[in-house]
Design a protein around this ligand. Sequence first.
Ligand code: AMP
Ligand code: ZN
Length: 136
Amino acid sequence: MRDENCIFCKIANGEIPSRTIYEDEQFRVFLDLSPAAKGHALIVPKEHYANLYELPEELAADAMRLAKKEMSLMTQKLSCDGFQLVQNNGETAGQTVFHFHLHLIPRYRTDGQKIAWEPGSMSDEELDAVKDQIIS
Ligand code: AMP
Ligand code: ZN
């Protein structure tokens, strides 16, 4: 399953060159062209799924297994001080390429990056109401 107009379909399947650091039957892992920090890479499935909602459960599990392996390897090779996994779903959440991808972002004490959110505030009543709304 591919989308003719999708750049990550083309990269993942080798039609467009990329700085690939790992590849198997299901995934390609390549460097982000606008890295947040040295070594910023993307785990991208070769099949087209727009986001995590669409990604089959097994592939999601495999993506996380691969992320764990890659972050350990990259931490060793780059001597980074920490590591962030980022995964955006939908424009509102910051997604700009609509083919599922998982960001692997090595972090360094001196990288000056802020990949974070502004802490908000909610009353106990509001928190209780949210909990009641989404509890399963
Ligand atoms: P997101 O905002 O989560 O959808 O992330 C999309 C990411 O893809 C951004 O970090 C971009 O820098 C990156 N990106 C877009 N086009 C390319 C490309 N051709 N090669 C490598 N990375 C890309
Ligand atoms: Zn695609």
